[in-house]
Design a protein around this ligand. Structure first.
Ligand code: DON
Length: 318
């Protein structure tokens, strides 16, 4: 009889191999000094650019890490797939008729992307689509909607995430472009709550503070089909996790998502705070935090580390 081993290496990763991969990739890229912090949000420009952490959490809840993995940073756009998950829970798949499953092919804060598409439908992984999705979160009052969003994201992790008041204020006082996006969406009737209320909740979600390790737990919950491996609680239905990860694959790194899929092949989401979350379904999450970004808004070291580990451990989906 013949046994066919497919991607056998990823089924057999030991703790030692994980630790080895972490220290190898950390050493390899710690002196890579290209890119720069996001500066259109003043608070992000002030973050120490040399912070660098990598964490891996398995779908069984084992965590290994290296570097500055306990330093809180703002989640930024990595909140997008999570808020999308809550909107799916709250509204069902109908949300996909209002938002959209296809990549925009545009930058994350594109206005022409809304304008050029005759339906104006945006992807939930870019600002416009995420503001739309955020307008669909259920709750009697605006504060109830926000509390539900924060509590949902907390349940995907260790329950200790919080709103970063400083980054929230900084972003609120400088987000003219997002205000334009929100007004434009409203002019096309694409929102389901008062426009500036949706934008405020979106900005709060982007300002959630968490560490590399805490983000890895979120990833492990998604890798574990929606059941938090630490609390054993099912937080979101596997069918909705399927949508979240699919959209991360389609548009998680914005206009460079195609290149990312070819070279890495792991559903991932970046944020301008310097985080990248990569989820290998049924296996693990890899999270990197390093603030300097490339011109598309993706962490430079983060991309290199995940690309390196994907090749080393044969994690490409195909
Ligand atoms: O709305 C913004 O511009 C930020 N709060 C989030 C953007 C972001 O993270 C894009 N990421 N790579």
């Amino acid at each position: 009889s013949s046994i066919i081993l497919i991607n056998s290496s990823i089924f057999a990763l030991t703790n030692t191999e994980i630790k080895q991969g972490l220290s190898e990739s950390y050493e390899k890229f710690k002196n890579l000094n290209t890119g720069k912090n996001a500066d259109y949000i003043p608070d992000l420009a002030k973050v120490n650019s040399s912070l660098f952490g990598i964490a891996i959490a398995t779908n069984e809840g084992k965590i290994e890490s290296i570097g500055n993995v306990d330093t809180p940073f703002s989640i930024q756009s990595i909140s997008k797939p999570l808020i999308y998950g809550l909107a799916l829970k709250d509204n069902g798949e109908i949300i996909n008729e209002k938002v959209g499953l296809d990549a925009t092919g545009h930058k994350f804060n594109s206005i022409e992307s809304i304008e050029n598409n005759p339906t104006h439908i945006q992807n939930p992984m870019v600002n416009a689509g995420a503001i739309q999705v955020t307008s669909f979160i259920k709750g009697k009052t605006s504060s109830e909607k926000w509390e539900r969003a924060l509590s949902f994201i907390n349940k995907l992790s260790d329950g200790k995430l919080y709103l970063g008041e400083s980054v929230y204020k900084s972003e609120t006082s400088t987000n003219l472009r997002n205000q334009a996006i929100t007004r434009l969406l409203n002019s096309y009737n694409m929102l389901n709550s008062e426009p500036m209320d949706a934008l405020d909740r979106y900005t709060k979600a982007c300002s959630i503070m968490l560490t590399t390790k805490q983000l890895a737990i979120i990833g492990a919950t998604l890798a574990n089909n929606g059941t938090n491996p630490l609390t054993r609680q099912n937080i979101i239905e596997a069918n909705y996790v399927h949508y979240m990860l699919s959209e991360m694959a389609v548009n998680g790194l914005y206009e460079t998502s195609g290149q990312w899929w070819v070279h890495v092949g792991i559903p991932s989401k970046s944020g301008v705070g310097g985080g990248i979350l990569a989820v290998v379904p049924n296996k693990m999450a890899i999270v990197v935090f390093s603030p300097p970004l490339d011109p598309s808004g993706n962490s430079v070291r983060g991309q290199e580390v995940i690309k390196y580990l994907s090749k080393k451990w044969n994690l490409h989906y195909l």
